[in-house]
Design a protein around this ligand. Structure first.
Ligand code: URA
Length: 147
């Protein structure tokens, strides 16, 4: 499972997560890792976009989190790859320095969290793309690993 921050304008319009530019990059990296987007459940912490496209507040994240927890309960993923600091903050309930903490596996309620950059960040900082790719690949390998 992949979890992002909140829908952007394209996602709000279509009612589907990661269908805009960031989503296209996510799809491309999943495919470059040898997989298909359809293999994975993709969701967001926040279910609608805060005004002016700002980052959701902690309060807004907490208001939406029960809906995401229900999705996690139904999907029951082994691995949850958290895209960006905002998604990581919602799970860990603290501010996350994503550059320092990405690439690690963190246990959370019996699931493996893997923190990485948000694809929108990588669109602005193309040098970070190989790092996002490696983290996504590691998340997928961990999900399919039988041990
Ligand atoms: N950014 C997100 O965090 N989620 C989306 O669905 C699209 C862009």
């Amino acid at each position: 499972m992949f979890v992002g921050e909140a829908p952007g304008a394209d996602e709000d319009k279509q009612g589907r997560p990661f269908v805009g530019r960031a989503g296209k990059l996510l799809t491309k990296l999943i495919e470059e890792a040898g997989h298909k987007r359809e293999e994975f459940y993709i969701a967001n912490v926040n279910k609608c976009r805060p005004p002016g496209n700002r980052t959701p507040t902690l309060e807004e994240q907490e208001a939406c989190f029960p809906f995401l927890e229900k999705q996690i309960e139904i999907i029951n993923p082994k691995v949850i790859c958290l895209l960006g600091a905002a998604a990581a903050r919602a799970f860990l309930r603290r501010n996350v320095a994503i550059t320092k903490e990405r690439g690690q596996k963190i246990m959370w309620k019996g699931k493996i969290l893997i923190l990485t950059y948000h694809p929108a960040y990588v669109l602005r900082n193309p040098n970070a793309q190989p790092i996002l790719f490696n983290d996504i690949k590691m998340a997928i390998e961990t999900a399919y690993d039988n041990d």
